[in-house]
Design a protein around this ligand. Sequence first.
Ligand code: SF4
Length: 326
Amino acid sequence: MENNRPLLELINLKKYFDVSGGSFFKKEKKYLTAVDDVSFEIYKGETFGLVGESGCGKSTLGRCIVRLYEPTGGNIIYDGEDITRISQKEMLNYRKRLQMIFQDPYASLNTRLTVQEIVGEGIETHKLYTGKEKQDKIYELLTTVGLKKEHANRYPHEFSGGQRQRIGIARSLAVEPDLVVCDEPISALDVSIQAQVVNMLEDLQDNMGLTYLFIAHDLSMVKHISDRIGVMYLGKMMEITTSKELYKNPLHPYTQALLSSIPIPDPKVRTSKKRIILQGDVKSPINPPEGCRFNSRCRYVQDICREKTPELREIEPGHFVACHLV
Ligand code: SF4
């Protein structure tokens, strides 16, 4: 994969929110650094899992990629073109190629539209099909995501959470995208439905040649679907490597703690593995201090960790870690 040109490249991407509030004359500015200097790339046909606790900036990053949020700094290179600062009009072409599946399948669907209207919106905007061709395309999409033709004239509230997520997926696929940002697409679903949706996303990837950025708060959710995984903490990327290597040889203390908290079904293995309980407070992402963002909870913290921000360095081929001690 590394020999190919990346489909998506993020270079020092930043997204800060101004949270100064208060009086107009107040001089001191306060920023919430949701995404801070994050760089990585995604290759065509791969699934890149992005993991971290809630508030680490992973969803903000996903929204910057599809330009629902305007980045504060850095660059987004899509298929060789810098799309960071192109106008919303120019972005329309990329909207077709870059789609997003949202976490909450109910809030993300317009409850006043029928399934047919929801799925057909993108087809109309991008003038892909009209008349019978459009109708057939909508039926085909519904079948592809495991729904029926008869569902086309119903409204979102008539469906279960899992079915609503399938409608959201059909809507994203309607414009035949290359890359889909899946923002916690299974977190709001029952455990029994989660595997079905993940399997369906994998089948769709094989059949349609899709590339995924799969965002999740839990490493167990991305384990099977991801080729490579990035671990974020308080707006910074802490570790990137292949899924296999991350589970076999996690190098960052935060990744080690996340992995140790995954429940293990086999009781023999469970008793031999020690869970790492993270102590200390999570720092605020508002004007965060110098040093490693994880230093307040790290069991290996040293003086240097409070003074200097560790760079994300390639420790072994394809394995990147941001830690002074690795
Ligand atoms: Fe822990 Fe220091 Fe490494 Fe940060 S840089 S993860 S505080 S050892």
